[in-house]
Design a protein around this ligand. Structure first.
Ligand SMILES: Nc1ncnc2c1ncn2[C@@H]1O[C@H](COP(=O)(O)OP(=O)(O)OP(=O)(O)O)[C@@H](O)[C@H]1O
Ligand SMILES: [Mg+2]
Length: 223
């Protein structure tokens, strides 16, 4: 039997605001290994919430999240962090690079919790930067890189530890179309070398290039 890479069973998320906000309602979803998935839907529909739950950044109010055959609710906080650093890479709209570090060190720092020595981290960082076409920029700091290059450094950081799943939340949202296309190509390349890749995007022409689209509407997953 093949185990889905990600499985959600009757997942709901209620934020404890006043009044409480039902961000997701009874979501059932299966994503297989090696899928390349776009998540689309209007602002406020629950896309980032869904990604936070699948990426073990947050816990559901009810229901079960499974990743790689592991039931997330059965993990302690420490085990969850460990699973996150072992299994998952994240890319966000705003890059979140450390401005004082070079591209190489930004990527290497992403592997701090994987139990690798500094030399191994650096060599993996260089390999990841090569995969996103930034070998020549490895010693540059974020302030010396374009927005598209910074996002490719963030992708290198996400893939350097060889994660099973890469999540990206609006990775092209702050970029022009040409840079956005390059970022998408990097994510697709990561998918072709084996990672399951899940990308939130507002851009429907971008979403059309994915194998599968998941539509989120009013806290529910359709299509
Ligand atoms: N931490 C929070 N506390 C309370 N409400 C929240 C929190 N985070 C999100 N929400 C609410 O939950 C709903 C879903 O938010 P979410 O961020 O998942 O939407 P989204 O689909 O990612 O939207 P966007 O496209 O604008 O990024 C929204 O109504 C939002 O206001
Ligand atoms: Mg969002």
């Amino acid at each position: 039997m093949t185990v889905a890479q990600l499985a959600l069973r009757q997942v709901s998320k209620v934020y404890p605001t006043k009044p409480p906000l039902h961000a997701l309602r009874d979501v059932d979803l299966d994503i297989g290994r090696g899928e390349l998935v776009a998540v689309v839907g209007p602002s406020g529909s629950g896309k980032t919430t869904l990604l936070s739950l699948m990426g073990l950044l947050d816990t559901p109010t009810s229901g079960e999240v499974w990743i790689d055959g592991i039931k997330a609710s059965g993990l302690s906080e420490a085990q969850r962090s460990r699973a996150r650093s072992d299994l998952i890479g994240f890319v966000f709209q705003q890059f979140y690079l450390l401005s004082s570090l070079t591209a190489r060190d930004n990527v290497a720092t992403g592997m701090l919790y994987q139990g690798l020595g500094p030399a191994e981290r650096r060599s993996r960082a260089d390999a990841a930067l090569e995969r996103v076409g930034l070998t020549a920029r490895a010693s540059h700091r974020p302030g010396e890189l374009s927005g598209g290059e910074q996002q490719r450094v963030a992708i290198a950081r996400a893939i350097a530890g060889d994660p099973a799943v890469v999540f990206a939340d609006e990775p092209t949202g702050a970029l022009d179309q040409a840079s956005g296309r390059m970022v998408l190509d990097c994510l697709r390349a990561a998918n072709q070398t084996g990672a399951t890749v899940i990308v939130i995007t507002h851009d429907l022409s971008l979403a059309a290039m994915f194998d599968r689209q998941i539509h989120v509407l009013d806290g529910q997953v359709t299509g």
